[in-house]
Design a protein around this ligand. Sequence first.
Ligand SMILES: Nc1nc2c(ncn2[C@@H]2O[C@H](COP(=O)(O)OP(=O)(O)OP(=O)(O)O)[C@@H](O)[C@H]2O)c(=O)[nH]1
Ligand SMILES: [Mg+2]
Length: 228
Amino acid sequence: MSRAGYQREYHIAVIGSGGVGKSCLTAQFVQGVFIESYDPTIEDSYRKQIDVDGRQVMLEIMDTAGTEQFTSMREFYMRDAHGFLLVFSITSMSSLEELRELREQIVQIKGGDPHVPIVLVGNKSDLEEDRKVSRSQAFKVSQAWGNVPYYETSARRRQNVSEVFVDVCRQIIRKDLSKARRDRGPERPGYGAHSDPRSSGRRKRRRQRTHDDYDDDRRGGRSRCVIL
Ligand SMILES: Nc1nc2c(ncn2[C@@H]2O[C@H](COP(=O)(O)OP(=O)(O)OP(=O)(O)O)[C@@H](O)[C@H]2O)c(=O)[nH]1
Ligand SMILES: [Mg+2]
């Protein structure tokens, strides 16, 4: 069977403070739309199939709640997800600071693994005049987290939106591959068998949407720091 014949399902959680643009990034990626209004998320999940370097991947994207009153499910998402977009707004220093604790919580929940697939995302890059977090400040944080990639995105302008999702997918695939190599010796066709018992019988989420669009720019290179 060709490599592309194998399809894996990866769960990606989009995490960060309220109002930083998690839902807008997700909606841009999945549906290609920008949502102007602010409607705090309780929980949403989306499915989207993409091609990452010739591999068919089904993503389940968990758009999580940032506002305090709806964050009780955070730990569940952290356990469930294979990769994370940690999102702050470049217009709010506190939104970056709040990510530090969330990242620590993720690493702890993942058994102290310092190489959990993570991308640090500074959203709202179109609001340059309101910038409160400099690129170098954010980049330093990404380095302190073990050189995770840092991207600046604009959900409004659809800049670097696909790139952040593809980057975290590549990290998950790489991790799967190296785990498969460790577990079973030389690499087999396809890539790391990923049978996660948590994938079956998951509880029902409030709302689920499906979109099968493929991304044109899925082959964007992996950069440590990507600025518009
Ligand atoms: N200018 C600009 N505004 C944005 C951008 N992304 C999101 N917004 C706006 O920011 C507000 C909040 O966006 P959401 O995506 O709902 O924020 P969220 O992080 O999902 O918030 P919670 O669900 O409460 O955690 C909305 O009014 C969006 O239109 C962006 O890239 N640029
Ligand atoms: Mg939201």
